[in-house]
Design a protein around this ligand. Structure first.
Ligand code: MRU
Length: 352
């Protein structure tokens, strides 16, 4: 089993595998303060919804520890905490795990607000470590549920990177694939390259090779042909935000896959922890879709691939409507339609 530690907190520093540099360079990016953390999330040093959440939790700890050194009154401290957390919260808009983690940290700070600064810092550190550790455990539980969907000899199609790099460890959709591989299900994986940031080519392919999972890389537009030709048994993808009705935002191109999957009757599953469900929104129409800079499309590596001045539309995510989703694999089990009813049932079970 390949151990990939995407996030390490030691000596009051946060170390993140620099995902911009993989697969050619394996290097950690060090954050010594919360501004570094905001930069790392915004610039996608770290990416993937659960990984962003755990990173922001440690970012909160760095913020608290920095403010403690400023000898502030509690009123000033709380005001600066709010400003700092808002700054972290705005680093990327779509993954709800970011807001979820920041809200958790806010709660801890507020519950401990009458205590000494050292105690506040300790409580925040404990919570950040818990969020980090729990995500790994959650992924492993989710993988066990999801692996039941995989039959001996199945060929799986996946999009973007949903592995150990995209989470605190193990992965969501790629975690299910990992689990099925460990269970010796004789699987084969097709990984979409995932334009424009190439998370599939650079990161998923790297993780698949580290594990020795039989696989091939394809360009995104080859997926339709494979699906039509009955070369795919199941499609597994992650999510950045899931609405109460099951509509799921994920990496741009996911929606297209779901439409083709429905046409050819291929099961299409979302794999995501319950921290990716936004219980405050009713449908996918309420999800803010991040638009990223044009140079992600017009430049590949050093090479300019579009004429200067060409306008670009570059949404980072799209929303797959619930009627194109066969099920949502979570750490609590697999949620099946009707999603609205079953997600509310799950919400009541986790007492949120
Ligand atoms: C466990 S990962 C789920 C999603 O976060 C993943 O599929 C995805 O879309 C990541 O997008 P990214 O822009 O790379 O952060």
């Amino acid at each position: 089993m390949a151990e990939i530690n995407s996030i390490i907190f030691e000596n009051n520093m946060l170390k993140l595998i620099d995902q911009r540099k993989l697969p050619t360079i394996f290097e950690y990016f060090t954050c010594t303060n919360y501004r570094d953390v905001e930069y790392a999330i915004r610039e996608m040093v770290v990416r993937g919804a659960p990984a962003i959440g755990a990173t922001a939790a440690y970012g909160t700890l760095l913020l608290v520890d920095e403010l403690i050194k400023e000898n502030l009154t509690k009123v000033e401290f709380n005001k600066k905490i709010d400003i700092g957390l808002e700054f972290l919260n705005n680093s990327r808009p779509t993954a709800v795990n970011l807001m979820w983690a920041i809200n958790k940290m806010k709660e801890v700070i507020s519950t401990n607000s009458t205590k000494s600064y050292d105690d506040i810092s300790l409580a925040v550190k404990k919570e950040a470590i818990l969020i980090h550790k729990e995500d790994i455990e959650t992924n492993k539980r989710m993988a066990k549920h999801g692996a039941k969907l995989i039959n001996q000899g199945d060929t799986i199609l996946t999009h973007c990177n949903t592995g150990a790099l995209a989470t605190a460890g193990y992965g969501t959709a790629l975690g299910v694939i990992r689990e099925a591989f460990y269970q010796e299900k004789n699987i084969f994986v097709y990984a979409d390259e995932t334009r424009p940031r190439l998370q599939g080519a650079r990161l998923t392919a790297w993780e698949l090779m580290e594990e020795g999972i039989p696989s091939k890389l394809i360009v995104d537009s080859a997926a339709a042909t494979l699906i039509r030709d009955k070369k795919i048994d199941i499609i597994l993808v992650g999510a950045d935000r899931i609405a109460l009705n099951g509509d799921s935002a994920n990496k741009i191109g996911t929606f297209m896959l779901s439409v083709i999957a429905e046409k050819y009757n291929i099961p299409f599953y979302i794999v995501a922890p319950t921290t990716t469900i936004d219980f405050d929104i009713v449908s996918g129409g309420e999800i803010v879709i991040e638009e990223r800079p044009s140079n992600e499309i017009t430049i590949i590596g050093e090479r300019v691939v579009a004429p200067a001045g060409m306008e670009v539309y570059n949404p980072a995510f799209d929303v797959t409507p619930n009627d194109l989703i066969n099920g949502i694999v979570t750490e609590k089990g697999i949620i099946y339609p009707p999603f609205e009813k079953n997600i509310i049932k799950l919400k009541n079970n986790i007492g949120d």
